[in-house]
Ligand binder design. Structure first.
Ligand SMILES: Cc1cc2nc3c(=O)[nH]c(=O)nc-3n(C[C@H](O)[C@H](O)[C@H](O)COP(=O)(O)OP(=O)(O)OC[C@H]3O[C@@H](n4cnc5c(N)ncnc54)[C@H](O)[C@@H]3O)c2cc1C
Ligand SMILES: *[C@@H]1O[C@H](CO)[C@@H](O)[C@H](O)[C@H]1NC(C)=O
Ligand SMILES: *[C@@H]1O[C@H](CO)[C@@H](O)[C@H](O)[C@H]1NC(C)=O
Ligand SMILES: *[C@@H]1O[C@H](CO)[C@@H](O)[C@H](O)[C@H]1NC(C)=O
Length: 446
């Protein structure tokens, strides 16, 4: 090989390396966000506002996370990340779900449809010009701590090609409503009917002539019982929740917990038996954080993520925060968490020492009697106060928690009608509620 040929080869190599480096080079303090659902979009808004360079990796083809209606359940060969169904209406007043300073138009009822909420998310994304930061069809497969930075591996879901990026700060906004919790029952193998998780339910049409067993009475289980009772041959509802049972019609039968399955039906713990064609499991969701490598310094299972400060900061590696860990929260909590996370990424405040964060975590959870370390039932307002005080961000007023608390009780007292009211915030502590017969106005461009 001649001298000049070698020179040319070396030059090509240098260009190639420079080019690769250029492709991977990130401005200092690059922040990565995983997920473009409500939490990821809220984070993007604040990161942008604070001038933090960032990018968002999203597994799906489009934004909106759980609120994106997905007809094809196996897009790009992936399990679904979204659980909304056609008749869905939100189950908390919209005021508890709004991004800060971004209200729905006044004409919107307090309980709009799921598709209206999705429109709202798209409208927000457009207004803040956030889509350009989002890289779609990018499924994060591993997150590792590599000495000084986060190393994130992801797969393009269309080409199946694998890539890596490095980030200085990481916001995990993958939600907690995409990995179905599927219990096992005795005799289930013998059962010749169909068993699905509510995540795969889209509309009542396929179930018209079926005898359906709905298991569970969380928000989804109660919705299923309401939607399907008069749309099926028989609706058997197995659960142990206490609520004011309205008259659902003669098709509806309430049963206690399942004891075991048989070939054609189910025996309940009171030894009664029902023939069943289809079982819909409304048994909730678990954390799907299996992509977090051990080097992240967290203990992660389907039910737990520990130890975290303020229900969100990875104490051992505080350049990672996770949104959506607390149980029974409203999206206003996610918005506040997103502002906290972005403020931290922007260096607007400093965390306590690791020892102090650990002490705070131990103090908060050491005395817990319940197993769920992130349950915020009675402390949500205090949580808003704590996050905002530390990060120096606007505090969500107590009226929002008051509305949530009122609705949580009212929903169980007046299941059939609780969505027929509009809520109005009067001041930081008070709201009023008035009857508003169903009108499905959704005056949002997206
Ligand atoms: C049927 C149903 C009804 C609901 N109704 C209500 C309601 O009425 N009111 C209410 O307040 N809440 C409701 N929720 C809860 C709802 O999920 C939250 O309101 C909100 O959408 C949570 O936002 P999030 O950003 O945390 O998660 P998500 O909306 O789930 O967004 C997470 C995003 O991360 C992406 N992602 C996940 N894993 C990866 C990965 N490995 N790599 C890349 N991207 C990934 C997902 O594709 C998704 O886009 C409901 C949930 C369900 C399932
Ligand atoms: C089913 O129809 C009956 C009779 O019209 C009605 O009383 C009942 O409220 C309906 N059930 C539900 C869950 O809407
Ligand atoms: C709020 O902060 C106080 C004081 O540190 C603490 O005792 C309390 O547990 C915190 N509450 C929540 C919900 O974070
Ligand atoms: C959002 O919706 C409002 C109300 O319909 C509309 O005025 C506005 O133009 C929309 N914004 C975008 C960016 O679509």
């Amino acid at each position: 090989m001649s001298r000049s040929m070698v020179d040319v080869l070396v030059l090509c190599l240098v260009i190639l390396i420079l080019d690769i480096n250029y492709g991977f080079a990130k401005p200092s303090h690059h922040t990565c966000v995983i997920g473009a659902g409500y939490g990821g979009l809220a984070s993007a808004r604040y990161l942008n506002q604070y001038g933090v360079p960032f990018s968002v990796l999203e597994a799906q083809r489009s934004l909106g996370g759980n609120w994106r209606f997905q007809t094809d359940l196996e897009e790009d060969g992936l399990p679904p990340f979204t659980g909304v169904y056609k008749q869905l209406r939100i189950n908390v007043p919209r005021q508890t779900m709004e991004f800060a300073n971004w209200p729905f138009p006044d004409t919107t009822p307090s309980f709009p449809t799921g598709s209206c909420f999705y429109k709202y998310l798209r409208n927000f994304t457009k207004a803040f010009d956030l889509e350009k930061y989002i890289q779609f069809r990018s499924l994060v497969t591993s997150v590792k701590w590599a000495d000084t930075q986060w190393e994130i591996s992801y797969m393009k879901t269309d080409s199946k090609e694998k890539f890596k990026i490095s980030c200085d700060f990481l916001i995990v906004a993958t939600g907690r409503w995409s990995l179905p919790n599927i219990p096992r029952f005795e005799g289930q193998g013998e059962f010749e009917g169909k068993i699905i998780h509510i995540q795969k339910y889209k509309d009542p049409e396929p179930f018209r002539n079926s005898r359906i067993l709905v298991i569970g009475a969380g928000p989804s289980g109660l919705d299923m019982a309401m939607h399907l009772t008069n749309q099926s041959a028989r609706l058997i509802h197995s659960h142990h929740k206490k609520y004011n049972q309205p008259f659902f019609g003669d098709n509806y039968v309430r049963k206690p917990n399942v004891k075991r399955f048989t070939k054609n039906g189910v025996v309940f713990v009171d030894d009664s038996f029902e023939e069943v064609d289809v079982v819909i499991l409304c048994t909730g969701y678990d954390f799907g954080l299996t992509f977090l490598d051990e080097s992240c310094g967290l203990t992660v299972s389907r039910k737990f993520v520990l130890p975290v400060y303020q229900h969100m900061v990875n104490i051992r590696r505080p350049t990672m925060v996770l949104l959506s860990l607390p149980t029974l929260i409203i999206p206003k909590v996610l918005d506040t968490q997103a502002n906290y996370a972005a403020s931290l990424a922007a260096g607007k405040f400093e965390l306590p020492s690791q020892d102090d964060m650990m002490a705070s975590w131990l103090q908060q959870f050491g005395s817990r009697k319940v197993v769920d370390v992130n349950l915020l039932t009675d402390q949500m307002d205090q949580y808003f106060a704590n996050l905002s005080a530390e990060a120096g961000t606007p505090r969500v007023p107590p009226v929002i928690t008051n509305m949530r608390d009122f609705n949580a009780v009212n929903r169980l007292e007046d299941l059939l009608n609780y969505r027929d009211y509009n809520y109005k915030v009067l001041d930081d502590h008070h709201f009023e509620r008035f009857y508003n017969p169903r009108e499905e106005i959704c005056d949002i461009d997206s």
